[in-house]
Design a protein around this ligand. Structure first.
Ligand code: HAM
Length: 519
């Protein structure tokens, strides 16, 4: 029995393998194509940012910031552990590191450094006053531990904050507005892993920053999203929309106060999470999936009845514009989203085959966020698609189709397959079976010609008997075998075998390409 490696992917992370990755590539390619036609350009922000960026943007009370972030201190490598060197040496090293900015020069660290120096004075008299010296050492080591060695950094749990940071950092308000950006890549949240929920997951997102808050912007962004899902071939999506009002205006504040008041009346009937949220963020109670809370939530006041005139008009115009574009939606008054930066329009898309984690995309308007991060007043709206969930849903859809047709076979048509197993990692169009050194030179040329024309050609690195070569070609799921022996090389007539029906034909090099292209 083969022993298992002791190294395994960390819980909540996974390897994406071929042939599944072909579907990931197709989905990402579709995003590049569709988003470009709507005037978006790609941004690739870093994977880690200062913790404070996410804390401020997403909100300290949210699940993401309060319990799901992967945070670490960006410590310099040279500074020793205070327990392992004499206090005099550590104090000097810390002072030098702060002066040379190897570690952050914060007021807290500077006052800790003053304590270190002060305690050292007692310490220098340790042979005369051992008790005092011991107390001084305790105070010293406590202060040494409180020096902030590095900036707290966080693996990005989402990318909207990063895009806003980049907008400010690169003075993008000076570009023609609005600025339309999209991104794709891994995000990190320490959630409980389950189907469709991972600790490293992938998002494809888009943000529109600057310009007016015209409802047509909201509607066009949503239209683009639905168009993208359509082009990916995803069926059965459902779009929910809502308006959660304006945070700076009275409408949201007034509603939240009213909601809190009503929730306090039924507090005893709610679960622990909802009870806590009455204080921290009453809107999130509306997100609850607990069965016994559903009838209670249904009776709570609804935001639509509390929107101010501006927000009401904006929401009505977004819906009207979606109608004009033929985008179907459901209004869902409980759609509040789990991040603090939203205002007015919020939306979420669910897809089939995902079980409880069925939200395949979430987004909304966030007009105050750039300002909150230190930039100029700027409108903003965006979304992020959960790419893992999109792929899962496409795969489930394909499985259902295949079982309806009574076949689960990998496609060899050149399109990505969605039902892969590890037994067939690569998919080949033409397997080049060659024998003899003369034939090898021709085989190299044939492989190059085929690959340049866009075909997947497999050139075996060592000579194989033709029988063996054909066996391997069909194992790889190749559609054709190009047979090259001495005869073919001398005559210039190559043999092409179609593996499905055994048909063999003789073709010159240009005729081969012409034949394949006609297919
Ligand atoms: P979000 O709702 O937190 O929003 O995430 C968006 C999507 O990412 C979700 O609908 C889901 O498909 C996927 N997702 C989230 N967490 C996980 C996970 N642990 N495993 C797998 N998929 C996951 C945001 O992130 C906002 N930044 C969206 C946005 C952009 N709003 C405005 N602009």
């Amino acid at each position: 029995m083969v022993s298992k490696s002791k190294f395994q992917a960390i819980r909540g992370t996974r390897d994406l393998l071929p042939p599944d990755t072909a579907l990931w590539i197709r989905v990402e390619q579709t995003a590049h194509e569709v988003f470009t036609t709507y005037g978006f350009g790609e941004i690739r922000p870093p994977i880690f940012e200062p913790t404070e960026l996410f804390a401020r943007a997403v909100g300290g009370e949210t699940d993401i910031v309060s319990k799901e972030m992967y945070t670490f201190e960006d410590k310099p490598s040279g500074l020793p552990d205070p327990a392992h060197v004499p206090p005099e040496d550590y104090t000097a090293a810390a002072e030098h590191a702060i002066q040379t900015r190897q570690i952050p020069d914060t007021p807290a660290s500077r006052s800790a450094l003053a304590v270190l120096r002060h305690q050292l004075e007692y310490f220098s008299a340790r042979s005369e006053y051992p008790e005092q010296a011991e107390r001084a050492y305790l105070t010293w080591s406590h202060a040494a531990r409180s020096i902030q060695l590095g900036e707290p950094l966080t693996l990005r749990p989402e990318a909207t904050a990063s895009v806003c940071r980049a907008y400010i950092e690169h003075n993008m308000q000076q570009l023609p507005q609005p600025v339309k950006l999209y991104y794709m890549g891994p995000m990190f949240r320490r959630e409980r892993p389950q189907k469709g929920r991972y600790r490293q997951f992938y998002q494809i997102g888009a943000e529109i920053l600057g310009g007016p808050d015209a409802p047509a912007i909201d509607a066009e962004l949503i239209e683009m999203l639905m168009n993208f899902f359509d082009k990916c071939g995803l069926q059965g999506t459902e779009l929910d929309i809502n308006s959660i009002g304006h945070s700076a205006d009275n409408c949201r504040r007034g509603y939240v106060a009213k909601l809190r008041e009503e929730l306090l009346k039924v507090k005893d009937q709610l679960g622990a999470d909802s009870q806590r949220r009455i204080e921290t963020n009453p809107l999130r109670v509306l997100d609850s999936k607990l069965e016994h809370e559903q009838p209670i939530i249904e009776k709570l006041p609804r935001i639509a009845d509390h929107l101010c005139d501006d927000c009401k008009t904006h929401y009505a115009a977004v819906k009207h514009d979606l109608d004009l574009r033929g985008v179907a939606y459901h209004e869902n008054w409980r759609l509040v989203r789990g991040l603090d930066y939203y205002m007015r329009t919020t939306f979420e898309i669910t897809a089939r085959g995902l079980g409880s984690q069925n939200a395949v995309c979430g987004g909304g308007r966030y007009d105050g966020l750039v300002e909150l991060l230190g930039g100029p007043p700027t409108k903003g709206i965006g979304f992020a698609i959960g790419e893992d969930r999109l792929i899962l849903s496409l795969q489930e859809q394909e499985k259902a189709k295949a079982s309806r047709m009574g076949e689960i076979s990998a496609s060899i048509t050149g399109k990505a397959t969605v039902t892969g197993t590890l037994t067939n990692l690569s998919i080949v169009d033409v397997y080049i079976a060659w024998m003899g050194q003369n034939a090898y030179a021709t085989a190299i040329r044939a492989a190059k010609t085929l690959r340049n024309a866009g075909y997947r050609a497999e050139l075996p690195p060592v000579e194989q008997k033709f029988g063996k070569a054909l066996e391997r070609a069909s194992k790889l799921g190749s559609r054709f075998a190009l047979i090259l022996g001495d005869d073919e090389v001398t005559s210039g007539q190559w043999t092409l075998k179609t593996l499905a029906d055994g048909l063999q034909q003789k073709l010159t090099e240009p005729a081969l390409l012409e034949y394949l292209q006609k297919l």
